[in-house]
Design a protein around this ligand. Structure first.
Ligand SMILES: Nc1ncnc2c1ncn2[C@@H]1O[C@H](COP(=O)(O)OP(=O)(O)OP(=O)(O)O)[C@@H](O)[C@H]1O
Length: 206
């Protein structure tokens, strides 16, 4: 499904990603691990097209991963560090909009995800009024109300409470069963041990 070959990213003289190659197949959860600053976020941003690689190829089912390609946009759901919400849309309106825009076919999916993620009481709140953990829950919910074949998550456990982390682990296992390819950067060894099929370890010199 996802194939990355010789991915290289430099910032000035500094080589953050040095010819990284890996694949993630349908139904595989690949955990990207490594110390702070090892390049996990940079890698994920390059994969989804939020950052430009200096070299290498990123392909989804053999086609170049270009974020403006409608097939790519329809296939890839992600939560990166920067969480952008429309400031004047409520939690429920965000999720309705995303489900509709991406042509989700399951009528009850928004209600189900709102309930699963404990956002029912916050349904009518605007993003600016949410707690940081609720904002993270909304960002995750945004991925789960839409069709997806590749899920890219950067430290999704951040700011989640114990119950939220438990939900996340279960949700990722269900994604695996459903045949979604998952690329997950995480600092949570328990989450990685529970859900990951493969690991990509980035070192300080990678
Ligand atoms: N836009 C940028 N300009 C210059 N350097 C950058 C830029 N983005 C990232 N870097 C550098 O690239 C390196 C890798 O950063 P990155 O955020 O990918 O690491 P990470 O593994 O995700 O870290 P963490 O575990 O702390 O989230 C860091 O040294 C960082 O300072």
């Amino acid at each position: 499904m996802l194939s990355v070959a010789n991915l290289t990213r430099r910032f000035g003289e500094r080589v953050v990603l040095d010819q990284i190659s890996f694949t993630v197949t349908a139904g595989e959860v690949c955990a990207v691990i490594g110390a702070n600053g090892s390049g996990k976020t940079t890698l994920l941003r390059c994969v989804v097209g939020a950052d430009r690689a200096d070299g290498g190829q990123i392909r989804l089912d053999g086609r170049p991963m270009i974020e403006t390609d409608p097939v790519v946009r329809a296939s890839v759901a992600c939560v990166l560090d920067d969480i952008d919400f429309f400031p004047d849309l409520s939690v429920g309106e965000h999720l309705d909009l995303l489900a509709y825009a991406h042509g989700g076919r399951e009528p009850d999916v928004v209600e189900e995800i709102i309930a699963e993620l404990g956002l029912s009481d916050a349904r009518d709140q605007l993003p600016a009024t949410l707690s940081s953990g609720q904002r993270r829950r909304l960002a995750l919910a945004s991925c789960f109300v839409r069709p997806r074949r590749l899920l890219v998550l950067d430290e999704p456990e951040q700011r989640l409470d114990a119950e939220g982390r438990e939900w996340l682990a279960g949700a990722l296992l269900r994604e695996r069963e459903a045949g979604t390819a998952v690329l997950l950067a995480s600092h949570d060894p328990d989450l990685v041990a529970t859900v990951a099929d493969s690991h990509l370890e980035l070192g300080p010199e990678d």
